[in-house]
Design a protein around this ligand. Structure first.
Ligand SMILES: [Cu+2]
Length: 462
């Protein structure tokens, strides 16, 4: 912890306030560390108009979690104050940062107890769209609202007129605005328990006014606990420029981007030229299309063209050496019978339904199980991810980014990601360089699956 006095910055409802840090924090660097702070709060908020939902939790006293912004390669400190009545932590999903800042209770830090605070400090090596959430009592805290978008701005501005983060998630809210039970065990043992109300930035079907003919960077972040869905845009010209914070090799058209919990898509949108015309963000559901948000063109056309945008620079992710890579196998399946969950401080659902390599994670305890695998620092590995269940599992690895190699079910592009959407009964191979030492959580991002056994960690030796 730094002993330097820090200006006391509190978060407003609109955005995280940021100010240059005092001299001396990072005197050895050419730039100063940036100080930010967020507070975890209990709150009541109207997700449904005129029907306040009590018992919400968030990263702001009176509204949706702020968008946290930082710059690629710039050291940032974030003071997290816990004003909840229970312990928590913050995990920065997708950021390849030091293990001690990764926010997993017991594995990388002690829980931040009620009333206490913890100062995270790290330097994001990659630009893109990320997100943040607790990793303690994760199902309940996330279900009550604690999921926010984190943007790492590119070192070089690509030239958009506006940048619009979209925090896409459901809530399980009943007809009087009250929370419903966060999971049903029979769903937890299957695909998971879906929400009842879909939101973008904590609003139902919001409309955003954007200049006609302008170029907009939409940052879609699926921070939902459960839903694997297909998303598309209708009514405007648009293409995908990045997935899971990494630029795609060539712009991809949007037919329907499939994303599971934890995944992101950056979209270059050119607004229509005519005032009043709308572009719609659509979730394709088996029961029919659902509009999640719309974007209305205003004013005279700015007449921007896609060709005016600079392509995004690739993130500095080391390329695995497939010739020397060792293959490691991970099987995602049911929990062996007879396992009873421990009683961890960070919450148990009381069941173990799932496992990795036949071992069901017992929860966040001071004495965690052994690592699922140990990797040597700097060495390349192929992870063979085998889903022997008839349900989808978005498999997330902390602290490292991997490249998708192949699937036994479908052609997959060679994307870089931190979250692989493993479809039912699919085997996928991915590769990485184990260049970030530490114990890295490795789990399904359907939070009910994570909390009932489908979790573990990989160790990269120092
Ligand atoms: Cu899962």
């Amino acid at each position: 912890m730094s002993g330097v006095t820090r200006r006391d910055l509190l978060v407003g409802s609109a955005a995280v306030l940021a100010a240059p840090a005092f001299a001396g924090i990072a005197a050895h660097r050419t730039f100063a560390a940036v100080d930010q702070s967020i507070e975890m709060h209990n709150l009541t908020h109207e997700i449904v108009q005129d029907m306040p939902t009590p018992g919400m939790m968030g990263f702001s006293a009176d509204g949706p979690p702020p968008v946290i912004r930082m710059r690629q390669g710039e050291t940032t400190a974030i003071e997290v104050r816990n004003r909840l009545d229970e312990a928590s932590t913050v995990h920065w999903h997708g950021l390849r940062i030091k293990n001690a800042m990764d926010g997993v209770p017991y594995l990388t830090q002690s829980p931040i107890e009620a009333g206490e605070s913890f100062r995270y400090r790290f330097t994001p090596p990659d630009a893109g769209t990320f997100w943040y959430h607790p990793h303690c009592n994760t199902l309940e805290q996330m279900a009550r609202g604690m999921t926010g978008v984190l943007v790492v701005d590119d070192a070089e501005d690509p030239g958009f007129d506006q940048d619009l983060p979209l925090n896409i998630r459901d809530f399980r809210i009943g007809s009087k605005g009250q929370f419903l039970e966060f999971y049903k065990a029979r769903n937890t043992a299957r695909g998971g328990t879906l929400g009842t109300i879909s939101t973008v930035n904590w609003r139902i079907d919001p409309s955003y006014d954007l200049p006609a003919g302008s170029l907009i960077r939409l940052r879609l972040a699926v921070t939902d606990l459960t839903r694997v869905g297909h998303y598309t845009l209708e009514g405007g010209e648009a293409h995908v420029i990045a997935l899971d914070s990494n630029p795609v090799p060539a712009p991809m058209t949007i037919e329907a981007i499939e994303m599971g919990p934890g995944q992101r898509a950056d979209i270059a949108l050119r607004m229509p030229d005519s005032e009043g015309k709308r572009v719609e963000l659509i979730l394709r559901k088996p029961s029919g299309d659902l509009r999640l948000a719309s974007f209305r063109a205003t004013g005279q056309s700015a007449r921007r063209q896609f060709a005016e945008l600079k392509p995004l620079s690739p993130n500095p992710i080391p390329e695995p050496d497939l010739g020397t890579a060792e293959t490691m196998e991970f099987v995602f399946g049911w929990s062996p019978a007879g396992d009873a969950p421990a009683n961890p401080i960070c919450g148990s659902l009381g069941y173990l339904f799932w496992s990795i390599n036949r071992i069901a994670w017992q929860g966040d305890t001071p004495d965690p199980l052994a690592p699922l695998a140990v990797m040597k620092r700097g060495k390349s590995y192929i992870l063979r991810l085998r889903n022997e269940t008839p349900y989808d599992h978005p498999i997330h690895l902390h602290g490292l980014t991997f490249r998708l190699l192949r699937s036994n079910k479908r052609p997959i592009p060679p994307l870089l990601t931190d979250t692989a959407l493993l479809k039912a009964e699919e085997t996928m191979e991915v590769a990485l360089v184990a260049d970030n030492p530490g114990d890295w959580a490795f789990h399904c991002h359907v939070i009910e699956h994570q909390k009932t056994g489908l979790a573990g960690f990989l160790r990269v030796e120092a």
